[in-house]
Design a protein around this ligand. Structure first.
Ligand SMILES: [Fe+2]
Ligand SMILES: [Fe+2]
Length: 149
């Protein structure tokens, strides 16, 4: 992959991760369940770590973080407002799972293009595994809430 192409892709992920940080922070203030509030805060911090590691990689490659150009990602905070009550929380978590699964797919695709012997490869893997852990936790919580209903 050419450097310019890598920088462009990284900027796409940079935007995605910024969006995740805002989304989870917002959700942590909206849900009723205290444990879920704390988990979403923590997940937002981990997403912030992704923002920073991607930002650093863009700079290292000579790019400018935030040069999104014509990129219009499939991002939204539209799951906000669903959070109240157990049914609302389940809907919110399911939307999060979809978002995480999309991120994982995009990370996997990028990994395949990135080539094995690079720092980039390791960075993408590390972020991918975090997204997988978020997905697993959200899925587990959905099961728990659905059992209670
Ligand atoms: Fe992330
Ligand atoms: Fe995530």
């Amino acid at each position: 992959m050419e450097k310019a192409e890598i920088i462009k892709k990284l900027n796409w992920f940079y935007l995605l991760e910024i969006n995740q940080v805002h989304l989870y922070r917002m959700q942590s203030r909206q849900v009723d369940d205290f444990y879920l509030q704390k988990t979403l805060e923590r997940v937002a911090e981990i997403e912030q770590g992704h923002v920073e590691n991607i930002r650093a990689k863009i700079v290292e490659l000579g790019g400018i973080p935030g040069m999104f150009g014509e990129i219009a990602g499939p991002f939204s905070g539209s799951v906000a407002g669903l959070a109240t009550g157990a049914a609302g929380t389940v809907a919110l978590l399911k939307a999060n799972i979809q978002l995480e699964e999309k991120a994982m797919k995009d990370y996997r695709d990028f990994i395949l293009q990135a080539g094995k012997d690079s720092d980039l490869f390791n960075l993408l893997w590390s972020n991918l595994i975090d997204e997988d852990l978020h997905t697993a936790w959200f899925s587990n919580k959905v099961q728990e809430l659905e059992k209670r209903q």
